[in-house]
Ligand binder design. Sequence first.
Ligand code: NAD
Length: 798
Amino acid sequence: MNRFLIRKVAVLGAGVMGAQIAAHLVNCKVPVILFDLPAKEGPRNGIVSKAVDGLKKLKPAPLGLAEDAVMIEQANYDEHLDRLGECDLVIEAIAERMDWKLALYQRIAPALAPHALVASNTSGLSITQLSEVLPESIKPRFCGIHFFNPPRYMALVELINTPATKPEVLDQLEAFVTTGLGKSVVRANDTPNFIANRVGIAGMLATIKEAQTYGLSYDVVDDLTGKKLGRASSGTFRTADVVGLDTMAHVIKTLQDNLADDPFFASYATPPVLSALIDKGALGQKTGAGFYKKVGKDILRLDPEKGDYVPAGGKAEAIVERMLKKPAAERLKLLRESSNPQAQFLWAILRDSFHYAAVHLEAIADSARDVDFAMRWGFGTRQGPFELWQDAGWLQVAQWVKADIDAGKALSQAPLPAWVFEGPVAKAGGVHTPEGSWSASRQAFVAQSQLPVYQRQHFRESVLGSGAAVALQSGQEIFKNEEVRVWTLDGEVLIASITAKLHLISPTVAEGLMQALEHAEASYQGLVIWSPDEVFSAGANLEALMPIFMKSGAKGIAPEMKKFQDFMIRLRYAQVPVVSAIRGIALGGGCELALYCSRRVAAMESYMGLVEVGVGLVPGAGGLTYIARRAAEMANAANAGADIMKFATDGFTNAAMAKVGTSALESRKLGYLLWSDIVVPHKDELLFVASAQVKAMFDSGYRAPAKALFPVAGRSAIATIQGQLANMRDGGFISAHDFHISTLIAEVVCGGDVDAGSLVNEEYLMRMERERFCALLEHPKSQERIMGMLQTGKPVRN
Ligand code: NAD
């Protein structure tokens, strides 16, 4: 086996992107050295140090765990150039200037390891031109690696080769970026701004122009071009503010400097309003003003006619909003035929986007799929332009676009390419087919990349029309009820997928999972709890318990809670390994479900916590019992006489304050993942990794943990905690009801009114949980919290 190893990465440039890329490498356990110019004054690593410090405060957080900032090694080109020799991959992310980048390459070339890959994070400069100053020996190992801001959260990475790049270099990098960093790769041609920024920025420019034509204000445009249109919620102008208007101007300039022959060249002119804002230093969010400005709590928008900011908040008209809710074909027809200016505006920008994508496909991308993925992963749209076009009816939309071009309404006179109307695309009714997606340069449908790394994604993201397998209709179904589907892909590992809304755990879900467990024990190596969508579980389904509560009060709920708890015990002591595959939120009962599995694999973006306090309750399905048991285990591991209280305190605090991990790494720090659990960078590899864990555990002769008594901290610890809670209550930091609930939590975590070191079992603690949970259900203040959450989705503070 010829392994490709990335033992360490150097990132050159500690600016917005470089520092955040370094942070994400740390998230993914990749050792990293971050370089920048030496500071002119003070410590020579000053520029890098400041950037690393900034990472801890930046929102959204680039680091999974803020304190991990120390893992970024700091360096400058004057003192530490030789350290580049330690790195297998060098990512350059310095300012977007060809001359500066070239000068830096010349400087670093002699210090590089002879096998190291070198890649530029340029937004759109020519990769081939950048490679020209490199020695011949480095050229085959050079390429573009274009991350999107913020790199931890944006899925897209565009990889760009030069004619000299060795194909295996890109293949290896694609595997590393996918499995190692959890990003989704699109290969882009070496054309200005590559794919996503080329299409995306042209779309923003078109939007600015059409908004002016139809006389719409920025806030209305953002409301129209955000979530309602299936795009990122920040719409158009707020997205520009977030990206930075100077950065946007750079990208536009790359279009202007390099695309004189482009039939859309005229539409690349910098909008005067953008130049005016930049001249004033209003660069968007980072300078506090751009198209919008925040004053106190108020959001103002620029009124270009007044040249001043006015209150924002304009919204789409209800009639247009209704049109946007229709299926694609009807939606586009309604928008196009409506005389409402907002509807006409939307048709115009959609038409412009179809026109632009079709005309440029041949030059910028290998296939229409790459364009659609680039827009989905890099700009957060639900569908890319080709998918939407196909969804709405290929030939019909093509004729509408053509009619507008002929009537001089489009941004360019360039006709749609011939392949739109005739040949395989017209015949197939679109660019995406089960055979593959249309490649205008190859005049054929091309299949998705078959690199080995994609065997790790059982259900890869796919485009509309590709006929890709749908997880919840795949494999062999063993059984299903209304809220759980139990199935298998290989006859060895059983999969339970919760299908309920937000995967809320109701008695039906618990019953389905229990049955799954029984099947797994009877005939499989083990069970994976995994669903294809974005949440693991938002918690217990309180609404489902409501009828029982209405009929018999808390007394009626106690046996239901006991069933949940019995199920948790059943899970923990199952005869086969049960692995939960977590992604997104795992809260309350969802977190407990994960905790009682034999192992957890969690996507980097997993948010776990026991949040029951928010609805005036205590965790009631084993969460507190888990904290108590873990405290005993940790104390025991520390040394025989260790104070359990010390280990229980953190768990208590996390539950009492309803803390939620803001990443898998932080969830682990809160104690909801163990060191033996696995953090998976790419969400689409979760099922693969979870199944691999089941098989490995089975093959290793899995036995359930031994059922044993364990010591608790007892009444003295409760008294200590209560003393601290009383101070917080008297100081006005927590309410009387918070004090009450926290005390109940402390009681369970410490094992109740017993001596320190008393031995208990899980059933004993679960009974304590259950009693307190049910008592709180009857408490008016808790009822207020529950009703508030059910009605508004927001916690009530009382
Ligand atoms: P930035 O201005 O925040 O940071 C640039 C860094 O380069 C600074 O730390 C600076 O000290 C360093 N630098 C400046 N001149 C230099 C020189 N002559 N030699 C060595 N270092 C020098 O820029 P950024 O936004 O992080 O962009 C960096 C790269 O990433 C650019 O190529 C940009 O196009 C690209 N990019 C930016 C974004 C974005 O949203 N900001 C997104 C994707 C890609």
